[in-house]
Design a protein around this ligand. Structure first.
Ligand code: MN
Ligand code: MN
Length: 466
């Protein structure tokens, strides 16, 4: 081989270069990456809502030896517990041997809710030979993307006596699906001239739910009645039970490989189960007894992390306080030395929409999990902006464990922006930095990620929790 020139050596020594996970991988490693993706796809297909993701996470936790925790339970070193917050969010933790006031708690947060269409509380009506359900969209959706695709109905209806009925229709091949009508191009002259954001209105996102009139000449609203009678037959519910229900429409697609080489995964709800799943697998893989670790699977991130099951709920602090009490440590001191990775997706650079990105500081597909020192919009507003010391600390861990990762911010300056739960954890005096998987078509009914980035995220979390 030709001797490297002085300049080439200097370049190697001094320059930073982003690496592509696939380019660095041999065949055995690519097999590991692809095998891991199979488990992730199975998780996605079972977990299309936060309640389903919580249930699946709990099943995984139980298999890994985790037991339910009730506030006030006694805790000791070695305990592996999970706290189910009303079935909509889950916090898992393991109590380690080491002193918490010295090394704090290692925390991984992610969220298990995704953008979708929720049913209104009084949703059912009929018109022009069709039965419909009214919706109110949840999170940042581009409304036009939700018309004319197969949708599935998921959720719970809770009866006045407290009985909870789980609903899932549209996932089995033999199930019917649901649908939102769109306008034929022949009559869409005015619609197609509208801006994307207003071409489909929120109140036109009505779910097509039936068309067969109830066989009784005497009654009115026959299609509505036949829908109600079918629901009653299947779930034992009445129209009034919609009033105390959480029902939503999600795409009826399952997770699939994308591309001839199967390098990518298409699915509904990568944001943010593509971080939640690695958080769980990393927690279960890192069987260490020294460190105290917590994994938070939060709800309501897509609408501001509010409410009892959101990241801003006091339950997070309550659990930290209980863990500290069990170890006889001062929680304020423990928080001040704890570290958190706020795991959420970021936007992958997309050459089809290159003008909203700044290429040097964008996440590139397949270049590994992506750390964002700050998020925010309009002059970094709304970001907790992690300290350089924390970024260096995490970077050091990744280097030690051979994790391929990258750094980015979300889009060009002033192109838009966004943020997630990091700020709420940082507000508690816990050092927090954003990290997660780059996504193509984020918040679309079908999003795309690279298998390489999902695996890199798992490896990064294992390294962090060790
Ligand atoms: Mn997210
Ligand atoms: Mn999101």
């Amino acid at each position: 081989m030709k001797e490297k020139t002085e300049g080439a050596k200097m370049q190697e020594l001094l320059s930073y270069k982003r690496k592509n996970v696939y380019e660095e991988a041999d065949a055995a490693r690519i097999k590991d990456i692809f095998d891991y993706a199979e488990g992730y796809k199975a998780f996605l297909d079972k977990a299309k809502t936060e309640r389903e993701a919580a249930e699946e996470a709990i099943a995984m936790a139980e298999r890994a030896g985790y037991r339910p925790y009730r506030l006030g339970d006694a805790l000791q070193v070695g305990d592996k517990r999970y706290y189910s917050n009303r079935g909509r969010s889950v916090i898992l933790f393991r109590i380690g041997e080491n002193s918490l006031s010295e090394e704090g708690i290692r925390i991984l947060t992610s969220h298990i809710d995704s953008p979708r269409l929720d049913l209104k509380q009084n949703p059912l009506y009929e018109e022009a030979g069709m039965g419909f359900l009214k919706t109110h969209y949840y999170g940042g959706v581009k409304k036009y993307q939700w018309t004319a695709i197969p949708l599935a109905l998921h959720g719970v209806m809770v009866k006045a006596d407290g009985e909870s009925v789980k609903v899932s229709i549209g996932e089995e091949a033999s199930d019917p699906i649901f649908y939102i009508n769109d306008l034929l191009p022949h009559l869409a002259a005015r619609q197609t001239a509208e801006p994307l954001g207003s071409a489909i209105s929120g109140e036109s996102l009505n779910i097509l739910v039936g068309g067969l009139p109830y066989a009784d000449k005497e009654v009115e609203h026959k299609i509505k009645l036949s829908v109600l009678s079918l629901l009653n037959e299947k779930y034992g519910v009445t129209e009034e039970d919609f009033l105390s229900a959480e029902l939503c429409l999600v795409p009826a697609f399952s997770a699939r490989d994308v591309g001839l080489d199967r390098a990518l995964i298409g699915a509904y709800g990568h944001d943010d189960r593509v971080c939640s799943y690695p958080a769980l697998t990393a927690l279960f893989a890192a069987e260490d007894t020294k460190h105290t670790v917590m994994v938070v699977l939060a709800d309501k991130e897509e609408i501001g992390s509010v409410g009892v099951s959101g990241m801003r709920s006091e339950i997070f602090m309550d659990l930290i306080n209980e863990i500290c009490a069990a170890k006889g440590e001062n929680p304020a001191l423990v928080r001040s030395v704890s570290k958190c990775l706020s795991a959420d997706v970021t936007a992958a650079f997309d050459p089809n929409f290159a003008d909203v990105y700044e290429k040097r500081n964008s996440a590139m597909l397949s270049c590994g999990t992506c750390m964002a020192k700050y998020t925010g919009a309009r002059g970094k507003s709304g970001t907790s902006d992690a300290t350089a010391e924390l970024v260096a600390f995490v970077r050091g861990i990744f280097a030690k464990h051979g994790v391929i990762w990258q750094t980015a911010e979300l889009g060009r300056v002033d192109a838009g922006g966004g943020g997630t739960v990091a700020q709420f954890i940082a507000n508690l005096n816990i050092d927090t930095v954003d990290i997660g998987v780059p996504v193509i078509s984020m918040h679309a009914p079908y999003e795309v990620v690279s298998k390489a980035d999902v695996y890199s995220t798992h490896e990064a979390f294992v390294a962090f929790l060790k």
